[in-house]
Design a binder for this molecule. Structure first.
Ligand SMILES: Nc1ncnc2c1ncn2[C@@H]1O[C@H](COP(=O)(O)OP(=O)(O)OP(=O)(O)O)[C@@H](O)[C@H]1O
Ligand SMILES: [Mg+2]
Length: 444
């Protein structure tokens, strides 16, 4: 942290520098507004302490200049007079706080620290929002262009959206994109229906009152409430137990909820976005998913085609992912050799964009130059790519749980992380598979 002290009195400058120094905070001092301006332009400060009465340029003028130049650090105004009008004017012109001299340096430092902390939090939040809206849904194919157009059209409405597509096609990216482009003030609240144990789903979604059941020691808001003014994202909605489907249907119809163990109804205004990689129409036909709920959810449908049906997206996606890897890995890749790109374009990507990401991340680790070459691209199934570290020799003792974990890992690798296919192969339900992935801490 670095703080600038602007005061014409040398005593104050020295005193504050010493106290800030004791706290391990770097402090610079300026004896008038003009040198303060110069210093602020040359060096980033986390906060400024500005004296009101100074010869030449006074504190108020300096604050006005700081804000008009777009600097955003907190400014604290100090004055010997304690004039309320000065304080009001300073705060109006962009100071965050006001102290009257003589002040207690230690108390002032606490105030500076908390102002800097608050500003840092604001910066982080703004950064996140920016990233969120920049998280574009990348693609040049006609299918993706249509999806982007549709997102633009529905973002500002409150319509319920159902996003379907295979694993790794980008359903969550689309959901976040709709939220980011909606301009909604509320949060994006995701819940993975398949990943929450069945007995907890209802209380997660609806919340509960104190004493609603053993263990309900205090009131808890559910996700419907938390998403107020924003978006509730019901991921893997096809995994919802039938009993809960009835309750969700009622929420969508009546637009209000009751917390478990509660009596009052709470209005719900969150926008609902659902996603699934199952064929919900089949589930409806076979009685696993309520038809009435299906129609409620399926107001706007976004169907993301698998990557192999839109191969023109592979180059743009590959470049987009490479840029992200450059940032996260601190590298400077500029692109791919023609041979490498050709290989990518011909690959079938059963794991869709997620598989492309994994392949490129691995390639980036091994590539030395500016380009990803065919030598680093390993497009054989990941089961061949990774050494069979779980291949235990005959006679090695193996618990049932270990054997189960190995079988799951193998199936997931064979299907490039596609949980639907892996669960079919293993002969268990997707829900069971997801629970076990969490239980065994399996990385996909
Ligand atoms: N069009 C796209 N543009 C940018 N990134 C994408 C795109 N599609 C997918 N991705 C990236 O691919 C990865 C998988 O996307 P996402 O998690 O949204 O898939 P999903 O459809 O929700 O998969 P699952 O059904 O397995 O949950 C993410 O890291 C995401 O950032
Ligand atoms: Mg997802």
């Amino acid at each position: 942290m670095r703080v600038l002290i602007v005061d014409d009195e040398v005593n104050i400058r020295e005193l504050m520098k010493r106290f800030l120094g004791l706290e391990g905070i770097n402090a610079d001092a300026a004896e008038n507004g003009f040198s303060a301006q110069r210093m602020i332009q040359e060096q980033a400060y986390d906060a400024c302490l500005v004296d009101l009465k100074m010869p030449g340029m006074d504190g108020l003028e300096l604050i006005q200049w700081i804000r008009s130049e777009g600097f955003r650090m907190p400014v604290i105004m100090a004055s010997a007079h304690g004039e309320i009008t000065d304080a009001v004017k300073a705060l109006k012109d962009g100071a965050q706080d006001y102290v009257v001299k003589p002040f207690d340096p230690e108390e002032l430092i606490i105030r500076i620290k908390s102002l800097v902390e608050a500003q840092n939090l604001r910066n982080i939040k703004e950064n996140e929002n920016r990233q969120e809206s920049e998280r574009a849904f990348v693609g040049e194919s006609i299918q993706i262009r249509k999806i982007n157009e549709l997102i633009g059209r529905i973002a500002t409405t409150n319509s319920t959206v159902l996003i379907t597509g295979d694993s790794g096609t980008g359903k969550e990216v689309v959901a976040r994109n709709i939220h980011a482009r909606s301009g909604a003030m509320g949060p994006f609240v995701p819940i993975n229906i398949g990943g929450v144990p069945e007995n907890l789903l209802e209380s997660e979604l609806f919340g509960y009152e104190k004493g609603a059941f053993t263990g309900a020691v205090s009131r808890k808001q559910g996700m419907f409430e938390l998403a107020s003014g924003g978006t509730l994202f019901l991921d893997e909605v096809g995994e919802m137990p039938l009993a809960l489907q009835v309750k969700i249907l009622r929420v969508l119809q009546e637009r209000c909820i009751t917390r478990l163990g509660g009596t009052s109804t709470i209005p719900i205004n969150a926008r609902i976005i659902c996603a699934t990689n199952r064929n919900l129409e089949d589930d409806v036909r076979e009685g696993r998913f309520r038809e009435d709920l299906f129609y409620r959810l399926n107001v706007v449908r976004i169907q993301i085609p698998p990557l192999r049906e839109r191969k023109e997206d592979i180059p743009v996606l590959a470049h987009f992912i490479l840029q992200k890897l450059n940032v996260s890995m601190g590298r400077h890749f500029t692109g791919f050799t023609p041979k490498a790109m050709e290989m990518l374009k011909n690959h079938s990507f059963y794991g869709n964009v997620r598989e492309l990401e994994n392949i490129l991340e691995r390639a980036a680790i091994f590539a030395d130059g500016d380009l990803i070459t065919e030598n680093e691209l390993d497009l054989r199934g990941s089961s061949l790519r990774q050494p069979e570290k779980n291949n235990q020799s005959v006679g090695t003792p193996l618990t049932l749980a270990e054997a189960e974990k190995i079988a799951i890992e193998k199936a997931l690798r064979r299907w490039e992380g596609n949980r639907t296919r892996a669960s079919e192969e293993l002969g268990i339900s997707r829900r069971t598979l997801i629970t076990k992935i969490q239980e065994y801490n399996i990385e996909i």
